[in-house]
Design a protein around this ligand. Structure first.
Ligand code: APR
Length: 234
């Protein structure tokens, strides 16, 4: 690896678990009592918009009650202090990386605190708890057209061109708190490795793609990530 490696970090639900946000694929296979397919597909939105809107309204209310944890803070510190290339890619729709101070960050699966207008395509900040009530789009003024700015299954993730370029240029790829079930994110390790990166996984258990990583550290993100960041910055 070069002295100042380009780093790409991928985070998943496990990085926010210690803040009190439920992961997607817990032991019961449900996300906050729902099958992912019932609240996370365009078909679900078309079939029962009230349910989908209520679900994300509730997630937004919950988000206001939690705080970034030691892993978010350590990654924000690495982002601030790392003099080389770095891209933090999160699959999470929470805003805990930003609230910890991360700047070189992309939300590939959208954001809870953002609304997507089905009329004009605009994305606008949305911190309220009532998207289901049909507020007007701040961009085009039309009412009842805002939907959660969440990338549902079957939709194209955000920022893929930026992510692909960073993966190709990465010297070090680090995956934190993701089960490796959902593509394209689950394939990032293979792309990065194929393009020459060293690969490290930090997760509570080996992910589905565990064999693609040069190194696996098993444990809670809040325990592992601060130590790894210390190693990188020393
Ligand atoms: N520290 C580290 N890892 C943890 C922790 C923790 N404290 N707690 C749980 N984990 C691990 C779990 O063992 C699991 O492997 O985090 C992983 C979380 O996996 P998922 O729940 O599948 O979440 P994620 O991989 O982020 O899901 C990907 O699926 O439904 C979609 O769009 C949604 O972005 C999401 C995507």
């Amino acid at each position: 690896m070069p002295e100042l490696p380009n780093i790409v970090i991928l985070t998943g639900a496990g990085v926010s678990a210690e803040s009190g946000l439920a992961t997607f694929r817990g032991p019961d296979g449900l996300w906050e009592g729902h099958r992912v397919a019932d609240v996370c597909t365009p078909e679900a939105l078309a079939r029962d918009e009230a349910l989908v809107q209520r679900f994300y309204d509730e997630r937004r209310v919950k988000l206001a009650t939690v705080e970034p944890n030691a892993a978010h803070r350590a990654l924000a510190r690495l982002d601030a202090e790392w003099p080389g290339g770095l891209l933090l890619v999160t699959q999470n729709v929470d805003d805990l990386h930003q609230r910890a101070g991360a700047k070189r960050l992309v939300h590939m699966h959208g954001e809870l605190r953002s609304a997507l207008c089905r009329a004009c395509g605009g994305r606008s900040p949305f911190a309220g708890a009532d998207m289901g009530a049909g507020p007007a789009c701040p961009e085009c003024g039309e009412a009842g057209v805002l939907r959660p700015d969440i990338v549902f299954f079957g939709e194209m993730p955000y920022a893929m061109a930026v992510i692909d370029r960073a993966l190709m240029e990465a010297d070090l790829f680090v995956s934190i708190g993701t089960s490796g079930n959902v593509y394209p994110a689950a394939g990032f390790v293979q792309t990065a490795r194929y393009c020459g990166a060293r690969t490290l996984e930090m997760n509570l258990e080996p992910s589905l793609g565990a064999t693609y990583f040069h190194e696996s550290r098993i444990g809670a993100a809040g325990d592992l990530v601060p130590g790894w960041v210390e190693e990188m910055l020393k």
